[in-house]
Design a protein around this ligand. Structure first.
Ligand code: IMP
Length: 197
């Protein structure tokens, strides 16, 4: 059976990929389960570059299929900031309450139609023959005027979704997984793997 190693240490991401790829004829392993440990410098300038950097670094240690992801928030009015720096914005250890308040403040006085923003996720795959595939998903919304909601993490409280009339942090986990950038990218990657395996 084909084996997929997902280059993440994040339990929620492992659960999501296992749910989405559950009925494929593959075994899905975390890096830890595969006994692989690598220090990866994510110095790409796009989500795709960073996802490929991570997947290739892990693929040096295995002949299994390796998947890696990179994601973040793009705010159009701020020239797509924080983008690939989403986790590092204002410092890795700064709380998201502070980061979210800062971004809302930087949009002070900006009307709703110019507050468009999205979460972006790119999943990269390195196949056993070292071919590289990528899949991208987005979750479109706008930056609200005050944070809202207790679910989710990171920038969820400030990305509002017109269809739901609330922030991403006000959605249940199931609702968010069904429409999330990562869910879309994972489902597209699943289809690509089925074509290429
Ligand atoms: P990474 O791809 O796990 O490195 O995540 C990058 C950063 O993007 C996270 O630390 C969050 O700040 C942000 N981010 C990515 N996806 C989401 C999401 O679904 N909700 C909220 N923030 C997110």
């Amino acid at each position: 059976m084909n084996r997929i190693i997902f280059a993440t240490g994040n339990k929620d991401k492992m659960r999501e990929i296992r749910e989405i790829m559950a009925d494929m004829d593959v075994e899905i392993w975390s890096m830890r389960e595969a006994g692989i440990q690598v220090d990866i410098v994510e110095d790409g300038t796009t989500f795709a570059e960073n996802a490929i950097i991570k997947a290739k670094a892990v693929a040096e240690h295995t002949d299994a299929i390796v998947l890696a992801d990179d994601s973040g928030l793009e705010i159009d009015y701020l020239n797509k900031e924080p983008g690939v720096y989403s986790a590092r914005y204002m410092g890795e250890d700064t709380s998201y309450d502070i980061k979210n308040a800062n971004l809302i403040q930087r949009l002070e006085g900006v009307p709703k139609e110019k507050r468009t923003a999205r979460f972006v996720a790119v999943i990269a795959a390195v196949l056993p023959d070292k071919r590289v595939l990528t899949a991208e998903g987005t979750m479109e919304g706008y930056i609200g005027y005050a944070p809202e909601g207790e679910n989710g993490f990171g920038y969820d409280p400030i990305l509002f979704l017109d269809e739901y009339g609330c922030s991403s942090a006000a959605l249940s986990r199931e609702q968010k997984n069904a429409i999330s950038h990562r869910g879309k990218a994972l489902r597209e990657m699943r289809a690509l793997l089925e074509e290429n395996m």
